[in-house]
Design a protein around this ligand. Structure first.
Ligand SMILES: [Zn+2]
Length: 454
């Protein structure tokens, strides 16, 4: 059934169940919503069908029957590269390894503003297909390209301007980011739809420490989000700890390997230890952290770092063969905010490339690890929202014990997952995880609130 055309009004959804990342779950369940324009959706009541029928506004609501669907809050995809969407899924070349893969991306990245816009727009559409209302998107090409790509306004979250500059190229990169910060407003709102603008020094092997520090200072002053790739691959570990390996050769081939760069690396530090001075100075959204010793885990726990785990990306590259299973469960148990991301479409299975969905990441972890379903949903909602500076309450459905008054509570969106391919006796969230269905927006896809100039 197509969603109703009207944007304004009251909607009641009667469903097989509902759940959120706080541990709340109910089956069957009804939800009473008020929609006032595309950017404002409020939950007026959530509960059993009988309880929702007793709400004073229930009588006038447009009814949507979803007897086979489980309702969830909108998801967060905390790490994506929407500007790589045009490349599509690609097989991983074991021979070329991680460093060879980076070379492939460098060659195939779209150049020019228009192809970039088309690629990102397609990526935004794939995020919405996947049930995400918010994204942490890494954008190359500087603010002008990024703004053109992202002002579409359907997603909230953060756009991180990617910073590359190491060795002889680092001073130019520092000048460039300073001039960007003078020209645009870091943080938000800033007219980029619902996205705050942050900075992302790419990784310890592609951005120098001074560039990291300058970017961190700029973000801290503007209360802007800050991200990086960290502790992703064996090649990165080898470069940082020992000053050698494929990434050193790669930097050498670009004419970037100098004696002063050589003296930065090769001091026996892990990537997390290497970046610790930055992690201590600013809350950082660190993508991957596949490489994480006990000592690294303790260091991360002493900072306000959020880790974005991208399970299918880690599996695509085979990082577990080098580092063992990802330590997301250990990270969570020491209080690190672990969220989920898809990474780019390039490392997703072709059969799932019609969407970019952290629901697929949850299903992957459920199938492999049988990890706690409510915690998996928290990673794809509440934790992701926290990592991007969003209000986590917009990514939950229920406040335990609360009776919603006339105001209701705002949510970023509601998705329904048709679970008719699963056993109705199962817990509603397990049904979501075992189903193969794509999410459906109810009553309509989100549109980020455009606070200013959007
Ligand atoms: Zn990435």
């Amino acid at each position: 059934m197509n969603p109703p055309d009207a944007l304004d009004g009251l909607f009641r959804i009667d469903a097989a169940g509902c759940a959120d990342g706080t541990g709340f779950a109910l089956a069957p369940a009804s939800l009473l919503l008020r929609c006032s324009g595309p950017a404002r959706l409020e939950v007026l009541a959530v509960g059993s069908p009988e309880a929702v029928s007793r709400h004073e506004a229930a009588g006038g609501a447009c009814r949507l029957q979803r007897p086979h669907s489980i309702l969830l809050p909108a998801l967060v995809n905390a790490h994506a590269h929407l500007d790589l969407t045009h490349i599509g899924p690609q097989p991983f070349d074991q021979q070329g390894g991680f460093t060879g893969w980076i070379g492939m991306i460098r060659e195939r990245r779209a150049s020019g503003i228009l192809p970039g816009i088309q690629s990102v727009r397609r990526g935004v559409g794939l995020c919405l297909m996947g049930g995400a209302a918010a994204v942490g998107d890494i954008v190359a090409g500087g603010p002008e390209a990024a703004q053109a790509q992202l002002r579409d306004g359907r997603l909230s979250g953060a756009a991180f301007l990617e910073l590359l500059g190491i060795g002889p190229r680092e001073p130019v990169a520092i000048e460039r980011v300073r001039s960007w910060a003078a020209d645009i407003r870091l943080g938000g709102p800033n007219g980029w739809g619902g996205l705050a603008v942050g900075l992302q020094p790419h990784a310890p092997y592609s951005a120098g420490m001074k560039l990291y520090q300058v970017a961190a200072d700029l973000c801290r002053a503007a209360h802007a989000p800050f991200a990086t790739h960290l502790a992703e691959s064996r090649d990165e570990h080898e470069l940082v700890a020992e000053g050698r390996g494929p990434l050193r050769d790669f930097l050498d081939s670009l004419g970037l390997w100098t004696t002063s760069l050589a003296s930065c690396f090769g001091r026996g530090l892990s990537p997390v230890q290497f970046l610790y001075p930055v992690l201590r100075a600013i809350p950082t959204l660190a993508a991957h952290v596949n490489d994480c010793s006990d000592d690294d885990l303790n260091l991360l726990a002493q900072t306000r770092t959020s880790v974005v785990y991208c399970p299918r990306s880690a599996s695509y590259f085979g990082h577990h063969a080098d580092f063992g299973p990802h330590r997301y469960q250990d990270m969570l148990s020491v209080g690190i905010n672990v969220c989920l991301g898809t990474d780019s479409i390039v490392n997703l299975p072709p059969q799932h490339a019609d969407r970019l969905s952290t629901l697929d990441e949850m299903r992957f972890l459920w199938a492999r690890d049988r990890f706690n379903p409510a915690k998996l949903l928290a990673m794809a909602t509440i934790h992701g929202a926290l990592s991007l500076g969003l209000d986590p309450n917009r990514f939950t459905l229920a406040t335990p014990g609360a009776a919603y008054g006339g105001e209701g509570r705002r949510v970023a969106g509601i998705i329904g997952v048709d679970a008719s391919d699963t056993d109705p006796a199962l817990h509603p969230l397990i049904r979501v995880l075992e189903s193969c269905s794509l999410p459906e927006w109810l009553p309509l896809p989100p549109e980020a609130a455009m606070e200013e100039g959007g």
